[in-house]
Design a protein around this ligand. Structure first.
Ligand code: UFG
Length: 327
């Protein structure tokens, strides 16, 4: 297929592009490099430096695209509470422009990076796709708005849409001499920050809140390996059917508290990770754990690296070789 990948210079978009190219697809990456890195770009893909808002420049009827995979977004849940306008403009307004361009270009398949954050504080655990959607942060709200727009688009204009609701993505892609991993600046995610502490690049790990209604009082998240997540995108692309909006949660069904994550980072790195309890971060749900039964049944998706040790191990290997040694 000929595919447009937005956000293909990012952590997840870059790795999915690598796998799409390896599977024989023709890929055009659209990314404004606002948070992405040219190192993450697959050399076989054509790169266009532009915002998603301007996707119509590339996504023309004559270009013959079969599908769009839409990753480009701002992703920091904490920041989305202090600078919400950035998130609405980039994530929601940008996505609506992209959907308009896809419609005008006659694109039939659309795979969207949605999020577990759409559920807010879940009313049932593990969370099925049918659970109540009540985001507690702006980030989740901006993604839920796009999910709803895709449902309308599928019904009204026969789009084949798939939303993948990621739980917490971790690990790296380390194959055939290619090393792709997480590299945000500033880093906001728990595992890469804990690795910076283990590497001595940061004094301590601040854990945001230990008074949540969980076993040890810290928030609980369900981690998924980037390779398993990426593979689900290729399956979703094949599964897209005109007139249907399919939605799949992607996680392993295991919850790890923030304290437990720090402990796994200590075990994997063999280094100390000093922890300090800090105030809660605005908008954080207490516990997010996925039911991915639907993805397993309908997409035939099976995670190959379900353990947190595998994820932290791969993230640590990437961090040491690509960040510490090149600094
Ligand atoms: N946390 C800390 N200290 C830090 C960083 C994070 O205690 O320095 C905590 C957070 O408060 C939260 C947990 O670690 O309790 C995980 O936080 P992350 O920022 O790593 O991830 P989030 O759960 O906020 O969000 C991530 C992605 C979203 C995705 C979501 C799905 O950023 O894009 O997972 O669950 F949608």
């Amino acid at each position: 297929m000929k595919l447009l990948v937005t956000g293909g210079a990012g952590y997840i978009g870059g790795i999915v592009t690598r796998m799409l190219v390896d599977a024989g697809h023709e890929v055009v990456v659209l990314d404004d490099l606002s948070t992405g890195h040219t190192e993450a770009l697959a050399p076989e893909a054509t790169f266009v430096n532009a915002r998603v808002h301007d996707a119509a420049q590339v996504l023309t009827p004559a270009a013959g695209f079969d599908g769009v995979l839409h990753f480009a977004a701002f992703i920091a849940a904490g920041e989305s509470m202090t600078r919400p306008e950035l998130y609405w403009e980039n994530n929601t307004v940008g996505s609506l422009a992209l959907i308009d361009a896809a419609r005008a270009a006659g694109v039939r398949r659309f795979v969207f990076s949605s999020t577990a954050a759409v559920y807010g504080n879940p009313t049932e655990l593990p969370i099925p796709e049918s659970a109540v959607k009540a985001p507690t942060n702006t980030y989740g709200a901006t993604k839920l708005a796009v999910d709803m727009a895709l449902t309308s688009e599928a019904i009204g204009h026969d789009l084949g849409a798939v939303s993948l609701r990621y739980f917490n993505v971790a690990g790296a892609y380390l194959r055939d001499g290619v090393q792709l991993g997480e590299r945000h600046d500033p880093e906001t995610h728990l595992i890469p920050i804990a690795l910076q502490v283990a590497a001595g690049r940061r004094e301590k790990l601040q854990i945001f809140g230990d008074d949540y209604p969980t076993a040890d009082g810290t928030c609980v998240r369900d981690y998924i390996h980037i390779e398993d997540l990426a593979r689900a995108h290729l399956l979703a692309l094949e599964a897209a059917r005109p007139g249907e909006h399919r939605i799949y949660n992607l996680g392993n069904g295991n919850g790890f508290s923030n304290r437990a994550v720090a402990e796994v980072v200590r075990e994997v790195t063999g280094r100390p990770v000093p922890v300090e309890i800090a105030p809660r971060r605005e908008g954080d749900p207490a516990e997010l754990v996925a039911s991915s039964d639907r993805a397993r049944t309908e997409l035939g998706w099976t995670p190959a690296k379900p353990t947190l040790h595998d994820m932290v191990g791969d993230a640590w290997a990437f961090y040491r070789s690509q960040i510490l040694e090149k600094a």
